[in-house]
Design a protein around this ligand. Structure first.
Ligand SMILES: Nc1ncnc2c1ncn2[C@@H]1O[C@H](COP(=O)(O)OP(=O)(O)OP(=O)(O)O)[C@@H](O)[C@H]1O
Length: 722
């Protein structure tokens, strides 16, 4: 059994009843959970990383910062935290934290590691993601999103509970990862320097503040003090299968990089002979080719977004109906970020016997996750990415080719349980032309949120912050300007009190945080909570091509002549009313089914609606905690529209003579999206929440306002404009 309190080896799950050493052998023959644990233990032993456990632990002991690069599936994410736990890095209640860019990875990996360790999830091994905390005081290995750790730093600037922090999938370079790297570098320096004054740091100040020189001979005492608290310095590990170790090493002052050799199973990469003009059609053909010609095994398909996924899902069903009965044994499931977590978890459910599971995913399933059963990956080579025009202050989503690093990660999802195949739907010559790595998100997104968080963390000089790669200066300046206009910053560029601090506490985009705070003053927080929740999910309405007219008629029942925000509120409330009336009092599943039927009849996307209800519940919790006044403006719609104008004044637009609109802040000419309820009426002055760039610049989620309200409700901006 284990040696030491928290440094013990992992053990099998408890047997039914009281397990003693004498009955282990008997139980082993019959107990399925024991058999599963044995299989897992075997699998763990065969991972490439297992043979270098001791060396890796030694490397972590010897280096404060370590970069680990290893093949996808070699065991970095699941095994290294367990190695560190076993080596005693969690003594004295300390935690090994692992950050992931995505929620689904944090949850599924934590579940797997809990199972491998034979412990209940939330006890020794847990996860924490926005709005969902599965940890306890006994958690020692904690998986979390990078954004969550940033928020933790607001409360505990030294991140003092952690002995080791592992930044996983660092190649993704999400904006949170980049900010986190800068923050962790700073925390690491502060912890090494101020708390213990170890001689291996440049700082020579001891706890009691006495400055020492190397010649004074006191270092041996200081050294002892350091050794006795060796885990008080923060160990940092940067990990990925596909990162440029040099960039990270340089950033961390020449940090050591180690490569873990070897992969578990081979993955055959297949390319098309020619470029595919219609990648969705090529995707469908490939899925059916695999289904009809390849051996057993599930398929993972990478698409760019919810709409694309839903249309491919429909096309698959149509084609399946044309196949003979014996070939219809395909089961499609989907996973994308705006789905509720339980829905996302469905992709991990076992495939029914005799069926082939086809998972339609966005890049959410690209890194860290292992979906059991996947043998084939279909990669059309595209991803939806954020793009930001700082001059216009406009963010949009555009579909672009993946990078080589992303292609590698995608193929790495096959070959985790046996040999696999990856079908890249482009020629090999195209692969060579791809960028090596993904352009860091910090260079292509609106930075208001990041700037607000950094300022809340006490970083006043955001432009001078030690980023691994500096964001464009114009983007930082634009964000400072926006935050100032929203009232989060004072004139001398400090976080305002209380507004700026309150805004930083919301896990939302600053413009939405401000809207909620503002709404409590306009007595319409009830309406704004619904609005923010509904705007946080992908399209609520869906209109299948073949039933367009029916869908339009259904939408009219909820439409408000004032605009989309009130229309969305109408949908939310109608769903609530329906649920309330039809509550069976029997089971949640039954109620969900009834609501789903109602959604279908009304051409409402039930997934999006459920997700919005979930988000609504969670932000309402935040609002209550902050003590904001929740009230409804009831029938006083003008009041609510005024509040929208006061909140989203940066996104106001005026009608042009020919029927297009000019966005007042950016000067861009934009069109109302055909899905908006105001598409035909085209009022004089509007506010909007989203700009979508296709062949036109479309705006969505629009409400009619009075032009004069702008100067009245946002004088800080509109009086400057005149
Ligand atoms: N949920 C799971 N179910 C089944 N097997 C799993 C699961 N999670 C991990 N594994 C197994 O453990 C192996 C190692 O997974 P791990 O995530 O630690 O690798 P990794 O090196 O971090 O990969 P990546 O770089 O792709 O994140 C997988 O290849 C797979 O065989």
């Amino acid at each position: 059994m284990a040696q030491g309190v928290e440094g013990g080896a992992t053990r099998p799950p408890p047997f039914n009843g009281s397990a003693s050493h004498t009955n282990v052998a008997n139980n082993a023959k019959t107990n399925p959970s024991f058999n599963r644990w044995q299989k897992i233990a075997q699998q763990r032993k065969s991972l490439p990383i297992a043979s270098v456990e001791r060396r890796l632990v030694q490397e972590v002991r010897n280096n404060d910062t370590l970069i680990i690069v290893g093949e996808t599936g070699s065991g970095k994410t699941t095994q290294i935290p367990q190695f560190l736990f076993n080596a005693g890095f969690c003594r004295d209640g300390k935690i090994v934290g692992v950050t992931q860019p995505r929620r689904v990875a944090a949850v599924t990996v934590a579940k797997r590691v809990a199972e491998e360790s034979g412990v209940e999830l939330g006890q020794r091994v847990g996860y924490s993601i926005r709005f969902d905390d599965m940890t306890s005081s006994s958690t020692r290995i904690k998986y979390m999103t990078d954004g969550l750790l940033l928020r933790e730093a607001l409360l505990d600037p030294y991140l003092s509970r952690y002995s080791v922090l592992i930044v996983d999938e660092a190649h993704e370079r999400t904006v949170h990862t980049d900010v986190l790297l800068g923050l962790l570098k700073d925390v690491q320096n502060k912890r090494s320097a101020s708390a213990y004054g170890c001689p291996n740091t440049e700082n020579k100040q001891l706890n009691d503040g006495v400055l020492l020189d190397k010649g004074q001979g006191v270092w041996s005492g200081a050294m002892k003090q350091c050794q006795s608290r060796r885990f008080s310095t923060l160990k940092l590990i940067i990990m990925s299968a596909s990162l440029d170790a040099r960039v990270f090493s340089d950033y961390f002052g020449g940090a050591r990089a180690v490569h873990v050799q070897g992969r578990q199973f081979p993955v055959d990469i297949l390319y098309t002979l020619h470029p595919q003009p219609d990648y969705l059609d090529a995707t469908l053909i490939t899925i059916f080719q695999i289904h009809l010609e390849e051996g057993p095994g599930d398929v993972l398909v990478f698409l760019t977004g919810q709409e694309e996924i839903e249309s491919v899902e429909r096309l698959i069903q149509e084609r399946l109906r044309q196949l003979p009965e014996s070939n219809r044994n395909m089961w499609t499931v989907s996973i994308f970020s705006s789905q509720p977590s339980e829905k996302q978890m469905r992709v991990f459910a076992p495939t029914p016997p005799g069926f082939r599971k086809v998972i339609l995913a966005t890049n959410i399933a690209e890194t860290s996750v292992t979906i059991p059963g996947i043998k084939y990956v279909v990669d059309p080579g595209f991803v939806k990415a954020r793009s930001y025009d700082a001059a216009k202050g406009m963010e949009s989503l555009i579909v672009i080719p993946t990078s080589k690093a992303q292609a590698l990660q995608r193929s790495g999802r096959a070959g985790r349980e046996g040999p696999g195949k990856c079908f890249r739907l482009y020629p090999e010559s195209e692969f060579e032309k791809l960028e090596d790595s993904t352009k860091p998100e910090i260079k292509r997104c609106n930075l208001s949120n990041v700037v607000l968080q950094l300022m809340a963390l006490g970083v006043d000089d955001v432009i001078g912050f030690d980023f691994i790669e500096k964001p464009p200066r114009a983007a930082v300046v634009k964000s400072l300007e926006q935050l100032f206009l929203l009232g989060a910053l004072t004139e001398d560029c400090k976080l305002s009190d209380p507004l700026g601090h309150q805004m930083a506490r919301f896990p939302l985009d600053p413009i939405y945080s401000k809207a909620l705070i503002q709404a409590s003053q306009f007595n319409c927080l009830e309406e704004m909570l619904i609005t923010v929740a509904m705007l946080s999910v992908e399209s609520i309405f869906y209109a299948p091509r073949e039933k367009l007219e029916e869908a339009r008629t259904a939408m009219k029942c909820f439409s408000s002549a004032e605009g989309d925000h009130i229309t969305l509120i109408n949908v939310f409330r109608a769903a609530d009313e329906f649920s309330e009336k039809r509550k069976s009092g029997q089971s949640k599943e039954k109620d969900d089914k009834v609501l789903k039927k109602w959604c279908k009849e009304n051409f409402i996307n039930s997934r999006s609606l459920r997700h919005a209800r979930d988000i609504h519940r969670q932000i309402q919790g935040h609002v209550e905690q902050m003590g904001l006044h929740i009230a409804s403006c009831k029938d006083d719609i003008v009041q609510f529209r005024r509040c929208l104008a006061a909140s989203f004044f940066l996104n106001a637009a005026l009608k042009q003579p020919e029927g297009s609109y000019r966005a007042l802040a950016s000067g861009q000419v934009v069109q109302i999206h055909p899905s908006s309820v105001l598409f035909r009426t085209k009022p004089e002055c509007i506010i909007f929440n989203e700009l979508v760039q296709t062949n036109h610049k479309y705006i969505r989620n629009i409400t009619r306002i009075d032009y004069l309200w702008l100067a009245e409700l946002a004088p800080q901006y509109y009086s400057m404009q005149r």
